[in-house]
Design a protein around this ligand. Structure first.
Ligand code: GDP
Ligand code: MN
Length: 348
């Protein structure tokens, strides 16, 4: 497949119909990463892939957040690699500790019990603070307050295709509030009482529940029980203004009062997903077919060969997780009456 003899910028300019934007038309948006200093080398890989496939042409900022101070090595290298401005924030203690209504002995017993049952991250205290922080706080860190949209990036991810059209701009122009590339089923053992808590919130706040929402994606019986489908939140492009809205804050605070971030091990993925599926219209949630993505252990790779060649993708289509049994993306397509992409049933 011949590479055009021109710069990447020229190439994009010749593909206005598929890109239609450039860095002078940037949206008020930032990448955001929660990380430890020890994540540096895994983070470097993620930054390179994001820059190479997208951000070198857009130069969006990047906010790094940590419950401890970032060290100079972390700041020096990440600043060198990011084409936009970088900002480093310390998470305030109140956002990474136990609220006063939590019984810490009960929380500790729950961790030991889940550790004995070999539930993933079941025994980890820091993982719980992380999930609660991603669920309820990152979007109101002072460094995030000036931005309208965010793109969450974790260490050691990979992007396999060029991104020629600005997803931030797409989100804004089309009134999208949340997006995903991979969806799957949550482990029941991490969220036994989450749905009860959600139901209580919905009863107390019917005004926050949207018409034409995506309830059918997360429930197979009109909201009686949760089917455990969720968007995989290690990738997210979303609206910060939505997360900062009264609607979302009421939701988070109601769940937080019930204590499941500590007494169970509620993940930010089901928490964000349930919020999106109940409080947004379903057309405000975007599935980005063309953003090819990997976070251990799952890959999203476009089925359609033309897309893969046009976008110079390096992923193997047979690694695509979308239509496997453990994925919920099939359900997303059914609920939205979408046609699966060309080549979805190809086995090689
Ligand atoms: P997994 O993807 O669910 O296996 O969890 P990760 O270990 O990737 O953690 C999710 C995100 O939170 C990543 O961006 C991590 O770098 C970050 N993270 C996890 N634990 C901590 C922590 O204790 N402190 C900080 N600052 N970041 C954390
Ligand atoms: Mn991760």
């Amino acid at each position: 497949f011949p590479r055009p003899v021109q710069t990447y910028k020229d190439f994009k300019a010749n593909h206005q119909e598929s890109s239609g934007t450039n860095s002078s038309e940037r949206v008020n948006a930032t990448f955001v990463t929660l990380a430890r200093n020890s994540d540096l080398w895994d983070m470097v890989k993620s930054i390179r892939t994001v820059e190479d496939r997208f951000n070198r042409d857009y130069n969006y900022d990047w906010v790094f957040l940590n419950d401890q101070e970032f060290d100079d090595d972390f700041k020096k290298l990440t600043t060198a690699l990011v084409s936009g401005k970088t900002h480093y924030g310390l998470i305030p203690k109140e956002h990474w500790s136990y609220p006063d209504w939590i019984d810490q002995d009960k929380a500790s017993e729950a961790r030991q019990e889940m550790d004995r049952k070999k539930i993933i991250y079941g025994g980890s205290e820091s993982y719980r603070h992380m999930c609660r922080y991603e669920s309820g706080f990152f979007f109101r860190h002072p460094l995030m307050m000036n931005y309208e949209y965010y793109w969450r990036v974790e260490p050691s991810i990979e992007l396999f295709c060029d991104i020629r059209a600005d997803p931030f701009r797409f989100m804004k122009e089309n009134d999208k509030k949340y997006s995903f590339v991979i969806s799957l089923y949550e482990y029941e053992a991490t969220i036994p009482s989450l749905w009860d808590s959600v139901r209580k919130f919905m009863q107390n706040h019917p005004e926050h529940i949207s018409e034409d929402n995506a309830m059918d994606f997360i429930s197979d019986n009109g909201g009686e029980t949760y089917n455990k489908c969720h968007f995989w939140s290690n990738f997210e492009i979303g609206s910060l203004e939505w997360l900062r809205s009264k609607q979302y804050i009421d939701y988070f605070e109601s769940l937080d009062q019930d204590g499941g971030f500590f007494y169970e091990r509620w993940g930010d993925a089901p928490v964000h997903s349930i919020a999106a599926a109940t409080m947004l219209r379903k057309d405000q949630i975007q599935f980005f077919h063309d953003i090819a993505y990997y976070h251990v252990p799952f890959t999203h790779c476009p089925n359609d060969e033309k897309t893969r060649l046009d976008l110079r993708c390096s992923c193997k289509p047979k690694d695509n997780f979308d239509w496997r049994d453990y994925s919920c993306t099939n359900k997303w397509f059914k609920v939205n009456h979408l046609e699966r992409p060309n080549g979805w049933d190809k086995k090689d």
